[in-house]
Design a protein around this ligand. Structure first.
Ligand code: PBG
Ligand code: ZN
Length: 341
């Protein structure tokens, strides 16, 4: 029997090979570490939390194993865990006990999110508390603004979004994040915050937010599915990338401090183009459906969860995201720590 190597093809010389051999720099972990271009750190991750009114026990979201609807006490404890692992930012969503057509709970002084912010900031002053500013968890119809017939009214909704952001800032939020895709919402928030003495509070704009089926599990988690229709008349058409650049440019003009692309995985080209065109920090939202798919496959033993999660988050960073909002934040931070990162 002849050895395989004896049957190897003759070396084909090119301009480069065999002088150039890419494998030289892949030979050991130390070598790979030396030439690694993209670094993922725990403090680049933002951990979303769902805070529910009342004191009931934490309740797992069926389509998002490991994600819970929390009482505000539990949410504070969860934020503490995050901090211990080096994850220094959380993104809060509220689940009120009552809903109405104008989403009053969103801007109530003692609403569920406002209360959670106060508790978190008093327990952990150094924690960065970011709040999602939208009405859909608080409206009886589940849309992100107020209705005129079956249409979501843009300009009439701006005042309520501004009021919501102000109430978060008053409660101590460090960053407000408008997610409604109403035209002019960033400017409306900036104006109101400045008027009321919160000119130091940054705006993280959900700038390029697509009308995505990947939000399905979130709507179960936040109880925010629209009761009729969908969000395609305000969120972006998944087919558009150039339009995302216009959306970002407008939010920058209106005073956004950080711009977000959402979802992340199916839109990494958009992340990359936004990164190249703009100098602001860019955030990517690794959304609920992306999380659910990984969890489902992992629970079936079909993928290696740890490696898939770290590879995915690294891919988002490589595409140009400075920060990533992800339900995997605590697991990822733990794994990065074990890997000595
Ligand atoms: C609220 C909001 C949504 C998400 C973040 N903020 C849902 C939606 O627009 O329907 C989705 C987050 C996720 O899927 O993880 N407007
Ligand atoms: Zn909304």
């Amino acid at each position: 029997m002849r050895d395989v190597s004896e049957r190897a093809l003759p070396i084909v010389r090119s301009q480069a090979f065999p002088n150039v051999r890419m494998r030289r720099l892949r030979a050991s972990e130390a070598m790979r570490g030396l030439v690694r271009e993209t670094i993922l750190r725990a403090d680049q991750l933002i951990y979303p939390l769902f805070v529910r009114e009342g004191r009931a026990e934490r309740q797992e979201v069926p389509s998002m194993p490991g994600v819970y609807q929390l009482s505000s006490d539990d949410a504070v404890r969860e934020a503490g865990k995050a901090l211990e692992l080096g994850v220094r930012s959380v993104l809060l969503f509220g689940i009120p006990s009552e809903k109405d057509p104008v989403g009053s709970g969103a801007y109530a002084d003692h609403g569920v999110v406002q209360g959670a912010i106060r508790r978190m900031k008093s327990e952990y002053p150094d924690l960065l508390v970011i709040t999602d500013v939208c009405l859909c968890e608080y409206t009886s119809h589940g849309h992100c603004g107020v209705l005129g017939g079956t249409a979501v009214l843009n300009d009439a909704s701006l005042e309520l979004h501004a009021r919501t952001a102000l109430s978060h800032a008053e409660a101590g939020a460090d960053i407000v994040a408008p997610s409604s895709m109403m035209d002019g919402v960033v400017g409306a928030l900036r104006h109101r915050l400045d008027e009321e003495g919160y000119e130091h509070v940054p705006i993280l704009a959900y700038a390029a937010k697509y009308a995505s089926a990947y939000y399905g599990p979130f709507r179960e988690a936040a109880d925010s599915a629209p009761s009729f229709g969908d969000r395609r008349a305000y969120q972006m058409d998944p087919a558009n990338a150039r339009q995302a650049l216009r959306e970002v440019a407008l939010d920058v003009q209106e005073g956004a401090d950080i711009v977000m692309v959402k979802p992340a995985l199916a839109y990494l080209d958009v992340v990359s183009r936004v990164r190249e065109r703009f100098d602001l920090p860019v955030a990517a939202y690794n959304v609920s459906g992306e999380y659910a798919m990984v969890k489902a496959a992992a629970q079936n033993g079909w993928i290696d969860e740890r490696r898939v999660v770290l590879e995915t988050l690294t891919g988002m960073r490589r595409a140009g995201a400075d920060m990533i909002i992800t339900y995997h934040a605590l697991d990822a931070a733990r794994w990065l720590r074990e890997d000595g990162m």
